[in-house]
Design a protein. Structure first.
Length: 445
């Protein structure tokens, strides 16, 4: 309690450090050089006062809100923040009316919506006419892919800028800027090593807000002697001892990482595959979800090149059902390594896609009469089963009977590779085709 009272008197209004040292100009802003470097499009738009409605898409703590505030200040606009949680259509229209009045007085309004993806379709649609008329400049910020979360009509009227995670070097600069600011820890002299700042930067995982919050907690819990505060390495380790993984099971990162796992296995990179698997498991992913994806991969990317792959994947799926986490983690790891190192073939997957395309083109082709079951006299009279050849009665267990509709005769869907076991299937298929060719009745050749 004493620590809180000491700092509450000396820190500006009790606001968190990230708010106290928020950059006010582009010169103070750190990161996003791909957008704000000299001659880059967003910087040009801001400096020339030609900003239009836009969406900032990027992970947490990279400066989306800060950048929106800087744009408002530099372009001398009224800046209004909006909450998807607390605002309905009524509130939106009220703010829009005020923006219209500002426009008539020659004052531009920038409406900033953090986490814009949380607005429902009706709320997003309510902004459309005002964006079209230029009553507002809409700046939305989101951690989710705008393609999936923002209405297409609204998205088409905005420009999307992708903000990247800050590098450790960027975060280190943010921390140094904060320590140099008189607003950070007024009246205090902070002693913290370069190494400690680097550890905070690494821990923050590209999130400036996490880095500044960690720095603030380290200072609050530091050794105090008058106005001097020393951040003890042991205190810092207590704060950053466990790194939190960025993994949202319902967000885009979920799809990014499962994609990384799938493509690492496809690329036969066992170490990368094990890494992405571990990221998912440590992030709390449902092991059965992963196991289902492995079952799919076994047929889609391996298929008949290794006929044991599907068996193993099914066995691991069942093991995950029996054991659950954390025990089934080793089973998933075993399967991922096996699938990564197995010979690869997507011939089965391609066959499925090719035949789907043929079915769409030919629609409901009738089953040839010779392979229909003539279970009644009437059926037999009209030709059901006539000319049927029973393969088991033949010496080579093969016949020349057609088993597909006439419109797709000769169409081949499965093209086996020579990878792994599939080489055997390729030889067998070639033998069957050659046999049928040489045994075809003369009048049908």
């Amino acid at each position: 309690m004493k620590q809180e009272s000491l700092f509450s008197k000396e820190m500006d209004s009790g606001a968190p450090l990230a708010a106290r040292v928020r950059p006010q100009t582009l010169a103070e802003y750190v990161g996003q050089e791909q957008l704000l470097g000299p001659g880059k499009i967003l910087r040009e738009m801001i400096e020339k006062d030609q900003v239009s409605s836009m969406i900032f898409w990027g992970p947490p703590g990279v400066g989306k809100t800060t950048l929106a505030e800087i744009i408002a200040k530099q372009t001398h606009s009224v800046f209004i923040t909006f909450s998807a949680v607390n605002s309905g259509i009524k509130e939106i229209r009220k703010i829009m009316k005020e923006a219209e009045e500002n426009r008539e007085l020659g004052q531009r309004t920038i409406l900033f919506i953090d986490e814009i993806h949380r607005f429902n379709k009706a709320q997003q649609d309510a902004f459309l006419p005002y964006v079209e008329r230029g009553s507002i400049v809409l700046i939305g910020a989101t951690t989710e892919n705008p393609s999936f979360e923002i209405n297409s009509a609204l998205l088409s009227r905005t420009k999307v800028f992708v903000l990247k995670s800050l590098t450790s070097k960027d975060i280190l600069q943010v921390l140094k800027n904060a320590l140099a600011s008189p607003k950070a820890f007024p009246g205090l002299v902070i002693a913290i090593s370069e190494k400690a700042l680097g550890e905070i930067a690494l821990f923050s995982n590209g999130d400036a807000r996490v880095a500044l919050n960690t720095l603030e907690m380290a200072v609050i819990n530091g050794d105090k002697e008058g106005k001097n505060v020393t951040v003890d390495p042991d205190i810092l380790q207590d704060l950053i001892g466990k790194k939190t993984l960025l993994y949202d099971k319902n967000g885009e990162e979920h799809y990014n990482i499962i994609s990384a796992l799938h493509k690492s296995m496809r690329n036969s990179d066992a170490d990368a595959a094990v890494y992405w698997l571990a990221r998912m498991l440590e992030g709390g992913e449902d092991p059965l979800y992963i196991a289902r994806r492995l079952v799919r991969f076994a047929s889609e990317d391996i298929g008949l090149a290794d006929t044991n792959a599907l068996n193993l994947a099914i066995n691991v799926f069942q093991a995950c059902q029996f054991l659950g986490m954390p025990e089934c983690d080793v089973h998933l790891t075993e399967c991922v390594i096996y699938l990564a190192l197995a010979p690869k073939s997507n011939a089965v997957y391609k066959a499925r896609n090719e035949v789907k395309a043929d079915i769409k083109r030919t629609l409901n082709e009738p089953v040839p009469l010779q392979i229909r079951n003539g279970v009644t006299n009437l059926m037999k009279d009209i030709g059901y089963g006539k000319g049927y050849q029973y393969a088991h009665h033949e010496k080579d267990k093969l016949t020349t009977m057609e088993t597909v509709p006439e419109s797709i005769r000769g169409h081949q869907y499965y093209f086996p590779t020579e990878q792994g076991n599939e080489g055997r299937f390729k030889k067998r298929l070639e033998y069957i085709k050659e046999w049928k060719k040489t045994h075809q009745p003369k009048n049908e050749k």
